[in-house]
Write a protein that binds this ligand. Structure first.
Ligand SMILES: Nc1ncnc2c1ncn2[C@@H]1O[C@H](COP(=O)(O)OP(=O)(O)OP(=O)(O)O)[C@@H](O)[C@H]1O
Length: 243
């Protein structure tokens, strides 16, 4: 993807209205309303099981909303057309790293660049992205050889490798040491200064200054065992629109 084309213009706005998120037929959290302009951040907090990951995965387009909508204005998708969905212009980094342990660090990062429709990154670009997250050039090592904190940092390097206007981050600093947490706060600040947006769920301080807050409060019973819970994989996939 062309870096300039993917950058958020100053008029960029992402907005959600009446957004209800869930798994299968079961509503998990919401409805939510928020508005993010270029350079702004939304900090999502709430206890375990409240629905933070479900909310982020819905924003990324991995789960369909049960109600409401998320609109995107002023952002250009990789195909050069105005983006219709946030997922087209966002990086999502989940709390599991979504990197294959048997592939090298470089192969994993190249996969994520291609997933975002960016050209195949050069060895230099991969080394620079790893350097930005404080890692030496480990690109030829299998991802599975890295320590937990190194794996997290290598996973975050995809944010740097390909410029995308929105970062959707689930516990981004989990497993990072104090210095790496501070380094990542600097990267997030630089992203926002370029007009980028951040939506981040966390249980620990991220150093995101002037972020808007979205607190997810769970219903009294968060673990359900009723007809709304789908336990069959195929039925769940069908309910979420994958089949
Ligand atoms: N297929 C499903 N059907 C119904 N509920 C589900 C399904 N899958 C997950 N859930 C429930 O959705 C709720 C929200 O989970 P989620 O992972 O979004 O929470 P979270 O706030 O990110 O939690 P944590 O802080 O522990 O990471 C949980 O109660 C979980 O049990």
């Amino acid at each position: 993807m062309d870096a300039a084309a993917s950058r958020a213009g100053s008029a960029a706005v992402v907005a959600a209205s009446g957004l209800l998120v869930g798994r299968g037929r079961a509503a998990v959290a919401g409805p939510f309303d928020f508005r993010l302009a270029a350079g702004e951040a939304l900090l999502v907090t709430g206890p375990n099981g409240a629905g933070k990951s479900t909310f982020l995965r819905t924003l990324a387009g991995f789960l369909p909303p049960l109600a409401g909508e998320v609109t995107v204005d002023g952002l250009i998708a990789p195909d050069g057309e105005p983006a219709a969905r946030l997922g087209e212009v966002a990086h999502h980094v989940g709390h599991r790293n979504a990197m294959k342990p048997g592939l090298t660090v470089g192969e994993n990062l190249a996969f994520w660049a291609r997933y975002g429709q960016a050209p195949k990154p050069s060895t230099r670009e991969i080394a620079d992205a790893l350097d930005a997250v404080g890692l030496p050039d480990l690109s030829r090592l299998p991802f599975g050889y890295l320590s937990a904190g190194q794996q997290r940092r290598a996973s975050l390097a995809r944010l740097i490798l390909v410029e995308r206007p929105a970062w959707i981050l689930d516990e981004p600093t989990a497993a990072l040491d104090t210095a790496s947490q501070a380094g990542f706060a600097t990267l997030m600040a630089a992203h926002r200064k370029r007009g980028g947006m951040i939506v981040a769920a966390t249980h620990q301080p991220l150093g995101l200054h002037d972020a808007k807050d979205l607190v997810i409060r769970p219903p009294a019973a968060t673990i359900r065992d009723d007809d709304s819970v789908i336990v069959d994989d195929a039925e769940l996939a069908a309910a979420e629109g994958w089949l």
